[in-house]
Every structure is written in C-alpha cells, then in structure tokens.
Write a protein that binds this ligand. Structure first.
Ligand code: CA
Length: 229
C-alpha cells in the first residue's frame, strides 16, 4: 500500500482529502503543521509522496520543501496553494516541489497529479533506466542518486537529477525550454521558462569548470540548451 503524507492545516479539507485518498487505496497520515510533518518524516517508514500545503501555521510549504531537499529527502512533493501567481509557481518548483496545484482544485485532478508523480518515481527506480553518466570529472549514478565532482559527493534535488538525466538522454541535441518543462517538470503550456534557466544555471554552477563560459551545458540563442558531455 502506498503511503501519503498530507500536510494541511485546514481541518475540513484535510479530512475530505484523506477520505478520498483512502478510497483510492492509499494509506494517509495527516500533519496539520510543518513541525508535525517533520516529526512524521523522521519516522523509519518513508512516504511514497507528500501533498504539501503552502500556507501552514508555523512554516511555509516552500521552506519545508526546501528543507527536506537540503537534508536529502527526495520524496515526490505535490504543492497546494490558494495563490496562483506565476511567481508562486516558480517559487514552489524552485524549492524542490515536483508539481503544483492551485486551490480550489478538483479531487480528481489531485489524484491524477499524484498518480503521475508516483509513476515517475517507480520509473526512476527501474534499474533499466539510463543509470550512469560521466563527463569531465563528474560521475553520476542515477539509480543510487549519487553524484560526485572530482571525487567529492554532491547532493542534487530530484528535479536537478531529472533534468540532468534528460540532458544525458538527449546529449548533442538542442532541447528547447518548453520541451524541458513538459518532459522534466511535466508542465504543459507553462508561460514562464525562467525556471528552466534557473535550473540550468545550477547545473553549470555544480559541474562547469567556469560557469561563465559553459562547455557542457551550452546555450543556443532563443532555442534552448545543448548538453555536450
Ligand atoms: Ca493552509
């Protein structure tokens, strides 16, 4: 049975979502605060996914998500918020969330997004997926979620790793920002491509000998990026 952690402080919404998720066969724990979520997340039983409200009484969902990624927890996160501005969506994705849903939403939409996240995660676990990559002094083991630069281990978020994997699978080809948003972030017709640029900047910072003069993650004016391992 797949386990979901639902972090939501609005009682009626938490109860309704828990019921719906349980009807779909999930096992659900509810945390009404960031503090409670963190207590549950240190328990030995890991969750398969986290549904995370942004507006919590003690800490914002953005902060909580960023914190999780920082300590190496890469459980898929579906972020919920009442605010639907572009800036919030970018903030959510930049904090390491995997997907984003704006309140009010239909439960069917939440279930569909959640299933999509869980499917992606099970693909990632398949040993048949492209499992290794090396270029320059960088060595990546996608299955083990291990990255090292010049022998020094480096922690990447799930999204950073997914982006790197997509580049690796399409090495030598120019991939557009819209394609990356659709294939890596699973966002269609997303109006803002700044998120992609931010993430590529991060990969450059990690892996380029000189991030100002990239040789591995090369920009192609107006069209996108090419990974040249
Ligand atoms: Ca809330």
């Amino acid at each position: 049975m797949q386990r979901i952690l639902l972090v939501e402080d609005e009682d009626h919404l938490a109860t309704a979502l828990k019921l719906n998720l349980e009807l779909e066969g999930f096992s659900v724990d509810v945390a009404p605060s960031g503090r409670r979520a963190r207590e549950l997340l240190v328990s030995p039983e890991p969750y398969d996914a986290i549904v995370l409200d942004v507006m919590l009484p003690d800490i914002s969902g953005f902060q909580l998500c960023a914190k999780l990624r920082e300590v190496g927890n890469f459980t898929p996160v579906l972020m919920l918020t009442a605010r639907g501005t572009q800036e919030d969506r970018v903030l959510g994705l930049d904090s390491g969330a995997d997907d984003y849903l704006v309140k009010p939403f239909a439960v069917t939409e939440l279930l569909a997004r959640l299933r999509s996240l869980l499917r992606r995660q099970s693909w990632d676990k398949k040993p048949a997926m492209a499992s290794g990559l090396s270029f320059g002094n960088v060595v990546v083991d996608f299955d083990r979620h291990e990255v090292s630069v010049g022998g020094t281990p480096l922690r990447l978020t799930q999204l950073e790793l997914d982006l790197l994997r997509y580049f690796a699978q399409n090495a030598g080809r120019v991939v557009g920002r819209e394609e990356l948003l659709e294939q890596v972030w699973k966002l269609r017709n997303y109006p803002n491509t700044r998120t992609v640029d931010n993430f590529v900047a991060r990969l450059r910072k990690y892996f380029e000998p000189d991030a100002e003069v990239p040789r591995y993650f090369v920009s192609h004016r107006g069209s996108g990026y090419k990974f040249v391992p």
